[in-house]
Write a protein that binds this ligand. Structure first.
Ligand code: C6P
Length: 412
């Protein structure tokens, strides 16, 4: 039996691949920014609005009950997807950025004080960097960086001599959106807990691409976005351990997040609703459940294996281009499906624009990780990022097109 997933078959489930871009079939290699949506997810959104649209938790009428059931069912799917112990540990937010801000404002603002330390890695996306700069500045805590080894990977040995009892939080990306490198989450979690600190994982680039088990990881917080895993934009998730959520204050205040309100005061609703003020993003939550169904139908092990195969193939093909420098490790066993690269003579924006003429979508720029890009002496880079519908042929076309573009830019 062939256990590999079949990208050609998968492509057929995504209507966007029926269109052409500049006369060429679309080759979509910008999956770290956002993924395409299968028909089932698009249908799930429209079916909710066509058949079950109503506000949740408010009505006794059939539609409201139906919408509430669908909304709750989607949360159970998220819970199972990351193997959270409790339904109450899954908080809907707008995206990874908001999930991190929720922890920054509801947990860190209260629990970090002057003289405390928190650590992040030098690889962070701005969403897991700027909130911490703000909070640490407000409370007078130190924002420090986990050291790297000579190869540029997180160095847990060196880190173990820096972390101490004053460390209250580590917040680290599970997989870098620039380098694709996977952080040693297990070791970092053990270190954090040994010193009584909590650990937050930015799972924006890991949850969509590999099996995730929060109980096994033993992380305290995990943030991710639905739009990077076949789901709609505008909805994300914060997972947090129940005992931590219970002692955290709400982030936003208003309807739904209360159990009782008087003219003088208010009491908070049970988890997870305490953190979900106002009418939630019902349709997108339901469609997130459908995206999870799609991924689970394939199997997350297969998704991960497929991307490792793609990245190995792409690294090999890139090595045939002498003017390309790969950012970060070139060892596919350390990477997920993301490769950032720099062309010695062609600016990333020129390269990205020229590739678009061949129907190929890559990302160019600082990838919302300016300090990391600058640490390579660059202001911008190009990035190809893969998902379940990409295959070796997409990579061949990318490499061949870069060669053609080189002929035009350099050799003409
Ligand atoms: N990275 C990229 O092209 P939002 O935008 O809130 O859904 O996700 C933010 C975010 C946080 N952490 C990591 C590691 C990420 O990669 C992202 C989003 C996209 O790389 C858009 S900038």
């Amino acid at each position: 039996m062939n256990n590999n997933l079949d990208p050609m078959n998968i492509k057929n489930d995504f209507p966007i691949f029926k269109r052409t871009i500049n006369g060429y079939p679309l080759i979509y290699l910008d999956n770290a920014a956002t993924t395409q949506k299968p028909q089932s997810v698009i249908d799930s959104l429209s079916s909710y609005y066509r058949n079950s649209n109503a506000n949740v938790f408010r009505g006794v009428h059939t539609l409201s009950i139906e919408a509430t059931d669908l909304y709750d069912l989607a949360r159970q799917k998220v819970q199972k997807f990351i193997n959270a112990k409790n339904f109450q540990e899954i908080i809907y937010t707008r995206n990874t950025s908001e999930s991190i801000n929720l922890v920054a404002y509801s947990w860190a603002l209260k629990n970090l004080t002057k003289g405390d330390k928190m650590f992040i890695s030098p690889f962070e996306h701005h969403s897991n960097l700027v909130p911490w700069q703000q909070i640490c500045r407000k409370v007078g805590a130190q924002l420090l960086y986990i050291p790297l080894d000579d190869s540029g990977a997180i160095d847990c040995d060196k880190f173990s001599s820096l972390i101490d009892q004053n460390t209250k939080l580590i917040s680290v990306t599970h997989m870098s959106n620039v380098l694709g490198e996977i952080s040693p989450i297990k070791d970092l979690t053990e270190l954090a807990h040994r010193f009584g600190a909590l650990i937050m994982i930015d799972g924006a680039q890991s949850v969509p691409h590999m099996p995730i088990d929060v109980q096994e990881m033993n992380c305290d917080f995990l943030a991710f976005s639905s739009h990077k895993m076949l789901g709609p934009t505008g909805i994300g998730v914060l997972y947090a351990k129940k005992e931590i959520l219970e002692i955290m204050d709400p982030f936003l205040f208003g309807g739904d997040m209360i159990s009782e309100v008087t003219y003088e005061d208010a009491k908070w609703n049970d988890l997870p609703y305490k953190f979900e003020a106002g009418t939630p993003n019902i349709a997108d939550a339901i469609a997130t459940g459908t995206a999870i169904d799609y991924l689970q139908n394939i199997g997350m092990e297969k998704v991960f294996d497929h991307e490792i195969n793609l990245v190995s193939y792409a690294l090999e093909k890139f090595s045939s281009l002498e003017n390309i420098d790969i950012l970060g490790s070139q060892d596919p066993s350390l990477k997920g499906g993301v490769i950032s690269f720099n062309h010695k003579f062609i600016h990333p924006h020129d390269l990205g624009t020229a590739l678009d003429r061949f129907g190929i979508a890559i990302r160019t720029g600082h990838h919302c990780a300016m300090p990391l890009i600058r640490s390579f002496g660059l202001v911008a880079a190009s990035r190809a990022s893969f998902y379940i519908y990409n295959d070796n042929e997409d990579i061949d076309k990318l490499i061949d097109s870069i060669s053609d573009i080189e002929d035009y830019f350099i050799n003409e």
